[in-house]
Design a binder for this molecule. Structure first.
Ligand code: TNX
Length: 480
């Protein structure tokens, strides 16, 4: 024990630890310091094997950033910016000499926002991207439609936005109940994000969560149901109808238009929380079941996604899906989201058996719409608490042991569901500091991760956010 303290003090005295989030995977400290206005030499270097990898060399008279692609260059800059901020905060004129050799643990590191539940202005999405990209997140998943709103222009179906983007007050609140993005605005946002190494992934959530689309075009539902855009949270039964050819034409049209707007190869098609009641009682669906020679209603979901996937493949896209364990099969090229609480072992077992890749977004670690402490916001009765420490403890490899098994994990994503996230101010509050922990979950190898050093770096990072005008929750429980 004593030796441990001695070593700790000794190493602290030798070189104060740098404060970078996510923690770089290799840091070697050298003697000496380097003035913070020293010019930077940028070197494209084929030796850097990982497309997002970089090397940052800080030497007494020069700073060199080496990278293989623009992504690596951007990340070298983000690391350096944090080092300079830390030095200035500590009122130092110099940086410690060191060599950082860094690359991500996972290829996919994402956040999801939900402008369907509460509309976000484009400028707010830009601000959100600015901040996340500093922490080396490389995908922003946009949940663009839900029962409570349709948010993207589709030229062939103008009522989606004329009708579907407006609703009465949501659970009594008057805030951000209306709005949508034109395709031109979204294309500009795509470019803006790419400059920060963030790819935008559209989500067209089907067949469930579609009250807004059905309100605009009743033919999309099984019984041509007349409804309004939903004004409460919860799960709706007005699914897009699996038994109508006109639905597949609609889906194909929407996918084709969105594929033009979003160049990313990934395309999220939802798949969550689809109660089949209205399918089961519909005569057209019953005929379809006969044709498919099945008595299992969930085979209808498999059939639906098989058809939808034809549109995706045609447009050069690969499906991302909120996996539901009761759905017997999904298209072979799908990437499945692990999201429901208490389903991790079963989803992993199926990933190994059916050989699909997984994005880990489990409720236990990655639902950032949940409060960060007991009695904190949002005060919604059913939500469990998701603390900063718990997010930090997340290891997306779970129980997988061999390298071959671990290959199934593509990465991580936190979801900021929008029912109680009414604006950017609240979204930042829910996201930070938990996204700092998640950035390390996605980027840093396990041996380099430590809750204790994360806590030590937290104050400096919160100050970095503060200087950018970013709202966050102060983790008061760590103050003792
Ligand atoms: C479930 S998670 C949903 C969302 C809600 C969320 C609230 C998922 C794929 N579906 O529609 O916003 O719970 O936590």
């Amino acid at each position: 024990m004593k030796l441990y303290y001695f070593l700790l003090l000794f190493s602290w005295g030798l070189s104060a630890q740098i404060n970078v989030v996510p923690q770089p995977n290799e840091v070697r400290y050298h003697k000496g310091t380097c003035a913070i206005d020293t010019p930077i030499t940028y070197l494209k270097d084929a030796q850097i094997a990982h497309p997002e990898g970089y090397q940052l060399l800080i030497q007494p008279k020069k700073i060199v950033a080496k990278y293989a692609t623009e992504a690596g260059k951007y990340y070298a800059e983000q690391t350096l910016k944090q080092l300079v901020f830390q030095a200035k905060k500590e009122r130092k004129q110099s940086l410690p000499c060191l060599t950082i050799t860094d690359e991500p643990r996972f290829a996919y590191r994402a956040l999801m926002v939900d402008p369907a539940r509460h509309y976000w202005k484009i400028d707010d999405l830009k601000k959100y991207i600015d901040v996340m990209s500093q922490y080396k997140f490389n995908y922003l998943h946009l949940h663009l439609n839900d029962d409570q709103g349709w948010r993207i222009e589709i030229k062939k179906y103008p009522k989606l936005t004329e009708i579907g983007s407006k609703r009465k007050n949501f659970e009594g609140s008057k805030r951000n109940n209306e709005g949508f993005y034109t395709q031109e605005q979204m294309k500009e946002l795509v470019r803006y994000a790419l400059e920060r190494n963030v790819q935008l992934i559209p989500e067209f959530d089907i067949p469930g969560h579609n009250d807004a689309a059905v309100a605009a075009y009743p033919f999309l539902s099984c019984n041509d149901t007349i409804i309004e855009v939903r004004t409460t949270a919860g799960v709706s039964k007005n699914l897009l109808c699996v038994g109508k050819e006109s639905v597949y034409t609609f889906v194909d049209d929407v996918i084709s238009e969105l594929s033009e707007v979003f160049p990313c190869k990934y395309f999220h098609i939802g798949g969550d929380e689809a109660p089949l009641d209205k399918w089961i009682e519909n005569t057209e669906v019953q005929q379809l079941k006969k044709k498919l020679q099945t008595t299992d209603d969930q085979q209808l979901m498999s059939y639906f996604f098989k058809r939808v996937n034809e549109s995706l493949v045609k447009n050069g896209k690969q499906p991302l899906i909120w996996m539901e364990l009761e759905v017997p099969t999904y298209p072979a090229n799908s990437i499945m989201f692990l999201w429901r609480m208490r389903t991790t072992p079963k989803v992993l077992e199926r990933a190994l058996k059916d050989n699909f890749k997984v994005i880990c977004s489990p409720g236990e670690y990655a639902y950032f719409d949940y409060p960060q402490a007991k009695d904190d916001l949002p005060n919604v009765g059913w939500m469990p608490t998701l603390s900063l420490q718990r997010v930090y403890e997340f290891n997306p490899a779970f129980t997988l042991t061999t390298e071959q098994e671990k290959q199934h994990i593509l990465g991580v994503e936190a979801t900021i569901w929008g029912e109680s996230v009414k604006d950017l101010f609240r979204a930042f509050y829910m996201t930070y500091p938990r996204a700092l922990a998640l950035s390390e979950v996605g980027w840093t190898q396990m041996p380099q991760r430590s809750w204790q050093t994360f806590v030590d770096r937290l104050e400096g990072q919160l100050s970095y956010l503060w200087h950018q005008g970013v709202n966050y929750r102060v983790p008061v429980e760590l103050a003792n």
